[in-house]
Design a protein around this ligand. Structure first.
Ligand SMILES: Cc1cc2nc3c(=O)[nH]c(=O)nc-3n(C[C@H](O)[C@H](O)[C@H](O)COP(=O)(O)OP(=O)(O)OC[C@H]3O[C@@H](n4cnc5c(N)ncnc54)[C@H](O)[C@@H]3O)c2cc1C
Length: 440
């Protein structure tokens, strides 16, 4: 039986079991006299950086989803509750779930992440495939595999876009996904579908900005463009997506691309809970927090990870990154422990591990440390693996399987392990309405 809250002023409610929520709950769990209730709408943690690998059949869903109950199984002072939090009462320090449960604590930590931002692009919410959750990754995988089966059944559909994949957004998510789809086509589908003209498949990458990986250096922009070019990815830079329809996408320069698969990596915004929490909001609709991750006018409430605008030393908010989320969650736990001990909270200090992106199998760019050393190829991939292995240790203690997988993936050129269509989504080609992609 899980232990009940202590009633001694030491009950902490954590909303969200992503990097930030786990970082916080993990740290608090080490203190037997603190009780934690961790609430998430899923009963698992999803490791977002590897979602695109599930979508492109390189990993199975179970490889990147970890049971929250199992992660805290040995900690009797942590209760995991499955539920979607709909609102917060900051004064009472209580949250209410969509099914009407009210859970109050002495402190509340909001760590509910992000949701896709379609920037009001016509048709995008209905027809594009976002990539921010395991459900999204599974829906995209089903669509990609479904399209290959459709083209195999009727090759004339290739002209109508059956094997044309359009990725929107040239940040790390879009670049990684475009590279992985290109690898899937060339390394695997060309073997699996040997009767099909797989060489007719196209991958397009579209971004309003003029370069790939805008947050990286010029050298990285050029390297990413070169690698994707080698993989046959067609770039449409400096052009907006005007409309996403069920059978095509239209760009701002008038280009129309027939396609049944538009991947949306175009941006994120705060989840609805941020506005429903009744707290001060800033850029991207995120909750504005102070240097110590507390919120003006809401004592005992903390916001961490993607949902928060966390001020950095230069006044700009820290970026939405797994390492920022994990470290801010841990820092919020330290703040709460300081509150309990009657000590002064310390400001959050982010240890910047750098930024990186993998551009398909065998290539990555990384800019590591305050001086932004640029790394490419195998060295960058090693850094990518190291940083993600560290993130993985924030989630669970074992990282050996991850490191094994990483080296195998990089060095062996092995094909995807999962080619099932158990979660298939039907595709309509004529006038009948097509099955909706996963709800956002
Ligand atoms: C495709 C992709 C690739 C990425 N790659 C990298 C990378 O390589 N490196 C890197 O550092 N970062 C990467 N990021 C960013 C990183 O994953 C996020 O910054 C990080 O996950 C944020 O952590 P978080 O805990 O704030 O939110 P999340 O990890 O999103 O967790 C939020 C949790 O809250 C739960 N939740 C949400 N709303 C509610 C609610 N109302 N009630 C209950 N529970 C709720 C969700 O189910 C989820 O478990 C990537 C992100 C994406 C989408």
């Amino acid at each position: 039986m899980p232990a009940e809250p202590t009633g001694n002023g030491r009950h902490v409610v954590v909303v969200g079991g992503g990097f930030a929520g786990l970082g916080c709950a993990r740290e608090l769990a080490r203190h037997d006299d603190v009780h934690v209730t961790l609430i998430d709408q899923h009963n698992y943690h999803q490791f977002q950086p590897l979602l695109y690998q599930v979508a492109t059949c390189q990993l199975a869903a179970g490889d990147i989803a970890f049971s929250l109950r199992r992660l805290f199984g040995s900690r009797p002072n942590v209760d995991v509750r499955l539920g979607e939090v709909a609102s917060l009462d900051p004064e009472a320090r209580a949250v209410t779930t969509t099914d009407g449960r009210r859970i109050a604590g002495d402190a509340v930590v909001i760590a509910a992440g992000s949701q896709p931002n379609f920037f009001r692009t016509r048709g995008a919410a209905q027809h594009a495939f976002p990539l921010y959750s395991l459900d999204h990754a599974k829906a995209l995988r089903a669509r990609i595999l479904g399209l290959f089966e459709e083209a195999d059944r009727d090759p004339s559909l290739i002209e109508r876009g059956a094997l044309t994949f359009v990725v929107v957004g040239a940040g790390p998510t879009g670049v990684e996904t475009a590279g992985a789809i290109a690898d899937l086509i060339h390394d695997t589908m060309s073997v699996e579908y040997h009767d099909l003209a797989v060489s007719a498949a196209e991958v397009h990458l579209v971004d309003l900005g003029p370069v790939l990986l805008g947050a990286f250096s010029d050298k990285a922009h050029d390297y990413a463009a070169k690698v994707l070019g080698r993989k046959g990815v067609r770039l449409h830079l400096g052009v907006a997506v005007q409309e996403v329809a069920d059978s095509h996408v239209t760009l701002g320069d008038g280009t129309t691309i027939p396609t049944r698969c538009v991947v949306w990596g175009g941006g994120i915004k705060a989840p609805d809970l941020a506005a429903a929490a009744g707290l001060p909001l800033g850029r991207g609709g995120r909750i504005d927090v102070r240097l110590d991750l507390t919120i003006e006018g809401a004592p005992g409430i903390y916001a961490v990870g993607d949902i928060a605008n966390i001020p950095g030393p230069d006044g700009h908010a820290h970026p939405q990154l797994g390492s920022v989320a994990l470290q801010s969650g841990t820092a919020a736990a330290h703040g709460i422990l300081a509150d309990l001990a009657g000590k002064t909270r310390k400001p959050f200090h982010y240890h910047d591990k750098g930024i990186m992106a993998m551009i398909g199998r065998g290539a990555a760019v990384a800019e590591v440390g305050a001086h932004r050393h640029e790394l490419h190829g195998v060295v960058a991939f090693s850094a990518w693996l190291g940083v993600h292995a560290m993130l993985m240790t924030g989630v669970r203690n074992r990282i050996d399987a991850f490191v094994d997988w990483g080296w195998d993936y990089f060095s062996s050129g092995r094909g995807p392990q999962v080619l099932d269509r158990s979660d298939d989504a039907r595709i309509a080609w004529d006038d009948e309405p097509e099955a909706e992609p996963a709800a956002v």
